[in-house]
Design a protein around this ligand. Structure first.
Ligand code: NDP
Length: 324
């Protein structure tokens, strides 16, 4: 029997419930993985609240690291006893162990701790596709990154620095801005106080940035368009402040033939070999110390409701791990 978290319908943190379940042997293309550490992500909030609808009852959690306990047929890249990590659908990482489709489970190098991997997979693979697979970015290019002191954000600051990309961050409050700058942002704007459009224009000599990476959504989307240079790329990849309202495409013409995309990690990792290559690049960034995964909060899995409340209340910075 393993302890696992489920919800029976969308709702608040109090809707999350502990159940004990028996795990079967893995089927073809599956593994059973015993979790040593679990990652907390904003998508878990969207799943819990129903912003991203799921079938109920539903397990939660999208990211974890641990040891492979059993392997089904047709899984050549993993063996019993291997250290492994994943960031993938279906939800269910909030558990002591689980059955998982093996395709997106990645062998974990010995030099990377379980907690680091659990804190890095979903957020780090996201940064990998934002910087390498979404729009061409070259050394010297300038990027505006919202919520730069968050889980994805602190990885993005360091990744940008390691690629010679100039990242301007935004964050809520001085302490968060300092964290983003310490991790590699060339500047960070407290968007609770300052108008980020005018500061970005000042920092770019009124040219605007090459790309905006926006995981905040409702409160930042439209003003972000005003931070872009002509032909710049708006990457809207999340909605921590609420979903982005329908977009008038005419705005993109008026503001300088802008481009826009709304990507998700799960399209990028759908292909097994692409997923493994993305993970290798992430692991390399960690092993080379270009990127340090900042685990700023730890909770027991039993404290999952408190962990959700902290993330939603903007009280966290960097990554949060749950210990099963
Ligand atoms: P974060 O750790 O970045 O937490 C969210 C942050 O958003 C907060 O800390 C806060 O930072 C900021 N924020 C601004 N407004 C609000 C608000 N009204 N309520 C809550 N937070 C707000 O989360 P993650 O690193 O897990 O994820 C960051 C974003 O990236 C999320 O939107 C997530 O869904 C998205 N994402 C998208 C992926 C994709 O492939 N499309 C994959 C992974 C993540 P501050 O106080 O500094 O404003």
């Amino acid at each position: 029997m393993v302890k696992s978290v489920i919800i029976r319908g969308p709702g608040g943190p109090e809707e999350m419930e502990f159940v004990h379940v028996d795990l079967p042997e893995p089927g073809s293309g599956e593994v059973r993985i015993r979790h040593e550490a679990i990652g907390l992500n904003y998508i878990d909030i969207y799943h819990r609240t129903g912003l991203y609808p799921l079938d109920y009852p539903q397990s939660l959690g999208m990211e974890a690291a641990g040891i492979i306990e059993a392997v089904g047929d047709g899984v050549p890249h993993l063996a019993v006893g291997d250290r492994a990590a994943y960031a993938s659908m279906p939800p269910g990482a909030y558990s002591q162990a689980r059955i998982m489709p093996a395709s997106q489970v990645c062998p974990l190098p010995d030099g990377i701790a379980f907690e680091t991997a659990a804190a890095a997979m979903l957020k780090g693979l996201t940064v990998e596709y934002l910087f390498h697979r979404t729009t061409p970015l070259r050394e010297g290019d300038m990027v505006l990154f919202h919520a730069a002191a968050g889980g994805v954000g602190l990885i993005a600051c360091q990744w940008a620095r390691s690629e010679g990309i100039q990242l301007i961050g935004t964050a809520g409050g001085e302490r968060k801005c300092t964290q983003a700058v310490n991790r590699g942002a060339i500047g960070c704007i407290d968007y609770q106080i300052d108008d980020f459009v005018s500061v970005v224009m000042k920092l770019t000599d009124n040219k605007g940035v090459d790309a905006v990476m926006d995981g905040v959504g409702a409160t930042t989307f439209e003003k972000s368009l005003d931070c872009l240079r002509p032909l710049g790329m708006m990457i809207s990849f999340g909605n921590a402040s609420g979903p982005v309202p329908p977009v008038n495409l005419g705005l993109l013409a008026q503001k300088g033939s802008l481009k826009i995309t709304r990507p998700t990690l799960f399209t990028h990792i759908a292909d097994h070999s692409t997923c493994q290559k993305m993970a290798e690049r992430l692991f390399q960034k960690i092993l080379s110390k270009d990127v340090t995964i900042c685990i700023e909060q730890r909770f027991e899995l039993d404290e999952i409701a408190d962990a959700h409340r902290a993330l939603e209340a903007r009280k966290t910075t960097g990554s949060t791990v749950l210990i099963p």
